[in-house]
Ligand binder design. Sequence first.
Ligand code: MLT
Length: 253
Amino acid sequence: MPDSIEVLFAPAEHALLDQRDLRQTVCVVFDVLRATSTMVTALGNGATAIVPVAEVGEALALRKRQPEVLLAGERDGLRIEGRLTGGVSFDLGNSPREFTAARVGRRTIAMTTTNGTRALRACAPAAAVLLGSFLNLGATAEFIDEQAPLHLLLVCSGTLDQAAYEDALGAGALCDLLWSKYGSSGVADSAQIARRLFRLEQNDLLDAVSQSRNGRRLMAQPDLREDVPFCLQRDIVNLVAEMGKDGLVRVKG
Ligand code: MLT
């Protein structure tokens, strides 16, 4: 029987995860703009696996061991260029629209982003770690509904050291879909806050997210502004994405 649902809004809370017993907890990590949306898109377009790493150096080391691996990710929202790596330009940035079947089909991708890949790594001790986004929300909710984990922890990746509005909305949308399952059990106030926020904003998510810190940053860049509406599309990717115990993100079989 499901027993609790909670949302972590701010990155400072990720650092405390190693003090919690997560053995019976399923974590769902949201980085709506853009890391989890991008990974879900990549898997939907046939990528074999994604290796989320916290640092640029880890991605480069992986490429050295496995030259066929694609390098992806951002710093300050932009694709990582050779001047940050001592010469190696990354193949892809963190825009989901770059991760087409032609670019990523049947490829493994090492990916480092400012917040999203770190939030995923922080959840590693959990019983299972899923990737949340609007793009695969329905499939993720259905899977959780069937599995009914005892504890559900929705982890918002945030922006640098702050909470991110769009992640709170994504977590709130998932709370809303699962409310009949978890709403009568141990509902943390954070889950109530997220769900109420989503219900308040659900009729115009683009307007709400365009005013967020990340939304404003992306909308100000002509090449990236379309990422915002892209990441708010609902249920265009019908898969559950999971970071396994080997640290690789794959489609849940
Ligand atoms: C992150 O992981 O911090 C974000 O996905 C940043 C971005 O929008 O590229």
